[in-house]
Design a protein around this ligand. Structure first.
Ligand code: MF3
Ligand code: CO
Ligand code: CO
Length: 238
């Protein structure tokens, strides 16, 4: 529903306001990021969604001062709590018409997500997911951010296990039916190195080149996986 509100001149603060009202009033859910704190000493996240523009890797804080420009790429990351359970998903949006490289980064990152999802079945390992993502990203000369990962999810927002977006086939925890976790690769156009801004939330690429991210919440089924956060627009993807 937020797509129609994304245009040059809009601020990420406005997008947060609209999403907050929709999550609370229409969905009857709680926006999980609002006042969320993960590590002691870090101030709680002040808004309801994350908006990460261009070289922002993740956890961008919506702001009335952040105006979108033609050619920007934008990740919106939404986590809601419904009946005590979390659902966590993010996708990329184009503001106007981004450059070819930006479009390619966004497409390849979505492909990375789907390759990772494609590796999920009982008996496979978390390393299989990371390997599938890393291989595809590097085949396109992009790099994988290592400091942030997917996560177990359910009654808790960020639970065990950590789901790395790089790794080796057959390594790591064995995947079992009934597990719920996210896959959310952050892929950089340049080097993988990141920096944290003084607000203690916003993560940016050190080289200020573009970064993209896509995320879904997955349930491991008897023979594969169900994408719990799948959108209608993704009906044809696999
Ligand atoms: N939704 C993010 C994730 O994918 C986490 C955001 S935490 C916040 O795990 F506090 F920054 F909102
Ligand atoms: Co997540
Ligand atoms: Co998320």
């Amino acid at each position: 529903m937020i797509r129609e509100h994304i245009a040059p001149g809009t601020t990420t603060g406005v997008l947060d306001d609209i999403c907050h009202r929709f999550i609370v009033d229409e969905l009857g859910c709680i926006p999980a990021p609002l006042n969320y704190r993960n590590s002691p000493g870090v101030p709680p996240f002040p808004r309801s969604i994350c908006t990460s523009v261009n070289h922002v890797v993740c956890h961008g804080i919506p702001s009335a001062r952040k105006v979108l420009r033609n050619g920007d790429i934008l990740n919106i990351d939404i986590t809601v709590i419904k009946d005590g359970y979390h659902g966590d998903t993010s996708k990329m949006f184009f503001v106007g018409k981004p450059a070819v490289l930006a479009q390619r980064l966004v497409r390849v990152t979505q492909e990375c997500l789907y390759r990772g999802i494609g590796a999920i079945r009982p008996g496979a390992t978390l390393g299989d997911i990371g390997h599938a993502i890393q291989t595809h990203a590097q085949a396109h000369n992009f790099s994988v951010v290592r400091e942030f990962c997917g996560h177990g999810i359910g009654k808790r927002f960020h639970d065990e296990p950590q789901v790395l977006h790089y790794g080796h086939r057959g390594a790591g925890m064995v995947i079992e039916e009934g597990m719920t976790f996210t896959v959310e690769p952050m892929i950089n156009a340049g080097r993988r190195d990141i920096r944290m801004l003084p607000d203690r939330w916003t993560v940016v690429t050190k080289d200020h080149k573009l970064s993209a991210q896509w995320e879904h919440t997955l349930l491991v089924t008897g023979d594969g996986t169900e994408i719990l956060t799948r959108r209608a627009e993704e009906a044809d993807l696999s």
